[in-house]
Design a protein around this ligand. Sequence first.
Ligand code: MOS
Length: 724
Amino acid sequence: MTRHLKVDAPIPDSPLDHMAQGVLGKPVNRLEGPLKVTGRATYAAEARPEGMLYGVLVQAAIPAGKVISIGEAPGGLAVIHDPRLIRYAAQGMASEGPTAGPDQVEYMGQAIAVVVAESFEAARAAAQALDITYEPSDVPVDPEAVEPERPKEKQSATGDLDRAMRDAAHCIDQVWHTPSHTSAAMEPHAAIAEWSGDHLTVRAGYQMLASSREQLADALGIEPGQVRVLAPYVGGGFGSKLGINADSVAAAIAAQQLGRPVQVVMSRQQVFDLAHRRSETRQRIRLACDAKGKLTGIGHDALVSNLPGVSFSEPVTQATPFTYQAAHRQIGHAIARIHRSCAGSVRAPGEAVGATVFECAMDELAEVAGIDPVELRLLNIPETEPGTNRPFSSHKLAEALREGASRFGWSDRRPTRQRLEGEWYIGMGVASAVRVNSLIESRARVTLRADGHAVVETDMTDIGTGSYTILGQIAAETLGVPVDRVAVRLGDSELPASSGSGGSFGAASSGTSVYLACAEIRSQIAALMGCDEADLTLHNGEARAGNVAHQLDALLQDDLQGDGHLEPGKTEDTVRQATWGSHWAEVAVNRWTGEVRVRRMLGVFACGRVLNEKTARSQCLGGMSFGLGMALTEVIEHDPRDGHMVTRDLAEYHIPCHADVPPLEVHFLAESDTFVGPLHAKGLGELGICGAGAAILNAIHNACGVRVRNLPATPDKIIADMEV
Ligand code: MOS
């Protein structure tokens, strides 16, 4: 039986608050942890089907134009130049995009062919030796050098911002730049394709199996029912594995043509080129306030870029309309159509760069207005969503700011140049954290076997986030069994279609579908016990109602099965759903070299129910580290001649390493959001990055007086503006 729920109304009382097992929320270790640390969890590239061949992608060496001829590989190796591959690759990982011809190159580094051999080395050598001829075309690669599109639906204005700026007691008007970013998932993109008749099985690293299966079918011109996708373990996604990539399309085409399984693994440089980047942004922010610090005007204009025709556009201003209140508001969004590689979702698309820059602007306004930055934020928190007047589903920004200030020791901060320790200026910074929240349709099947063990099945993925564990905990809690009696099967497109992992929606969406499936089984157990469901207690494998108690393995004659089906409903529209928090950083800036060392960071977050304290905390640590990278080190430099990435490996693209990351403290505020389904849990994966970089940049200013508005804040930029 399927238990279906469409979240049309709030659920004030969460059934999970009344369960007896007491395992939900606990810092349970990852169920698959032992498999991972002993190397027994097989990732996409690690399967070895018999007769497997190795494919290496061939990449375009021009930014745009046509491939005239691809040449021949030495030794008669297969060079597969299939229109389906190049057409797919030219779309740059978007499900729609430029309707490129079969020989069209849209960006430097795009996949155009695959060379297949008995060994990876032979395939790579041949791929590099191909003599490819092109007919290049002249295309723009600089977002500042073209007239951008300004889609009408992405512009909005209330009141008169120009007047608010003129009449303001204090105002700021500044422009920030953030560079292209990459996801930098540890596991490179890889796929192994194998055909059996006209049925294709692809093992790959994906975040969302159901849609990836459809994209593969679409790219290959076959039916989704002919495709099975397996992704039981995924070494990080951060958005780069939301959709399929050229590796799986190439492997599938080659395997079909050659009649043997084919593996295609990207090199790290290929991952940079072929996985979408986060668009660089230019953001102009205008803020106006009265003498007391009440905001009167908010303006946020963003310029981003993407390939012509691709619909994704970094939603920089996503949280701006509802984070702070002001009577006069203006939002602008422009898209430069250029031929850098495709831009797409990278962890927390929108707020990661948008809220970070906005929170730097708030710090600048606080300074010119002579108001404490925490106070300025507290003064301007809206009661309801500005513009729409919708209530917030829950709102913990003020509490996160107050709690953080006291935990971090904010009262020790001085407005400028905190203190000098040896040759290091010390400073503190703060920023708000905000991220939109949503649910996605999700299905799961749960079986409670007659022996009292449970099996959870859904095509959900665990991209390092903890899905296996939290889904196991939800089932254990609802069915009243210890978590070690629950087996969780994920990452197979034959299983019920889940939300997948992305946009911070995975845990709450897939978790609710697992809860619903288990709730269905609870009803079946109540029927067997002859009691009302409300009178049923399930604990440690025992079912109890009044004076009657049975061990599940004695009670059950047969396996019980329940299916859960969650759909988002009216609460997506009737309230503004978001998660909130605050970021705090203390930095040391070297007065002679401009080097920044982050000394400590604190994140205070509210995300509804925390499903597992340990995995939740790890998500936040990752987000805060990402923020540290954005503030200080991460930058993709594009070659001004052809748009190609210059910093395209992990030696050149600097993500923070252990020595860069100081002790990070994470504190969760107790919260229960009734508008997001029976779990009362919201998304968490991306909140930790939204604003984290701003706390560091604001701390740099507090330490040494320098505002870096062209991210990242590398020593050269700091030293250039530093007054010794
Ligand atoms: Mo996310 S950037 O939706 O994986």
